[in-house]
Write a protein that binds this ligand. Sequence first.
Ligand code: SF4
Length: 67
Amino acid sequence: MVNKDQLRAVGERCSDFSLDESLYRTPTMSINDAGVKSCEICRHWDVFNQKCKIDVFDDVLSSLDQS
Ligand code: SF4
């Protein structure tokens, strides 16, 4: 299960991140999240299945682990 820190860390680093403004003000986002990139606000994020639709999440996450 992914946590919010991972979603943010991956969103910050992911070259495929693309802001979906319709997700930007969801109830799960607090005011502190303004301006922060996260998979949660990426158009490639599958909100229901909590996974990346283009399957790059694991690649970015594993590259973070190595840094
Ligand atoms: S949802 Fe996928 S494409 Fe979007 S930032 Fe996360 S890993 Fe990257």
